[in-house]
Design a protein. Sequence first.
Length: 301
Amino acid sequence: MNQNLGKFYRICIEGNIGCGKTSLLCRLIDQFGHHNHNNNDYKKFNEIDQISFDFDSNISMIVTPEPIKLWTNIPLTMVNDENQKYENLLQKMYTNPKRWAFTFEHYCQLTRFNQMSKIFNEFEQNRKTLKKDKHFIHLMERSIYSNRFGFVENFSQSGELSPVEYRILDQYFDHLRSKPQTMVNLFVYLRTDPEVVHERIRKRSRREEDAISMEYLRKIHKLHEKLFIEKPDEIWNRINCAGKKDQSVIVIDGNHSFDIVYENFIDNIRNWLQKSQMIHTDVKQQPPPPSPQQQQQKQRH
Ligand code: TTP
Ligand code: MG
C-alpha cells in the first residue's frame, strides 16, 4: 500500500438520544458545504445519503447521517412500484420492544455497517487516483459501538432481549468489528444530562419517541458514560479503534447552548487534526483571562 496516496479516517459523533448529533452535523455542512440547510430540520438531513465538502485545502469530509429513513421505511416486497408498502420498524420497536428490539438492533447494525462499508470501499477504489497527501474523513452519526454497548446492552439489562437474542447480536457485532470497514479514529462524545435531552426530545416531538421516559434516558446515559468516560478494557478491547483509547475520545459538554457546543466542536476537531498532523495552521487561540482591572471595569458597567 502506497502511504502517499491519500489517507482515510473516521470520526463518530456520539451521545444520548436528542443530544444534538444531527444538529451539529447540519451546522458543519452549513458552514463548509454551502448546502443551504435549515439546522432544525433533522428530517430533511436524514433523507440524504452522504454529503462531501472540503474542510481544508487537503482535507475532504464525507458526512453520513444516521440511517433513520431506512429504519422507518422498510419496503415489504422486492418490487419497487407505487403499490409498495413500508413498515416503520422504529415505531414497532418503541410500541413493543420485547417483540421488536432484536429485529431493530439487528437492522441498525446492518444499515450502519453498510454505510461504513460504502464510504470505506469508495475510498479504497479511488485511492490510486487521489491526490498525494490528501486526507479523507468520514464523519458519521453514531457507530456500531454505541449501538452495541449502549442500546443492545440496555435492552438486554431490561429483559427486552432474551439471553439468546443478546448472544446472537453480540456475535454479529464481533463479526462486524473484525472488518477493516468498521475502523474508527475518533469518537466525539456530546456529554449531556438526561434532563436536558429529555426536554429537547419533547420539543422536537418525533412521532415514534412519545414513549421515551426519563428512566430510559438515564440508563442510556449511564451506558454512554461507561463507554466514553470510564472506558473499561473489556469494552475497549472490542472496539476497532486505530489509536490508543486515551487519545480516541473527545468529550464536549452538550448542556451548553448550541452555538457554544458547535464552537467547542470545531476547536476540538482542529486541535485533533493538528495533533494528527493533517493541518499545520494555528488553532484559534483562546483569549487570555481578563486582568483584575478589566474585571473591575466590567463589574462597574
Ligand atoms: P439517536 O441515534 O440517538 O439519534 P437522534 O437523532 O435521536 O439524536 P440527535 O438528536 O443527537 O441527533 O437515536 C435515533 C432513534 O433511534 C432514537 O429514538 C433512539 C433509537 N435507537 C434505538 O432505539 N436503538 C439504537 O440502537 C439506536 C442507534 C437508536
Ligand atoms: Mg440525529
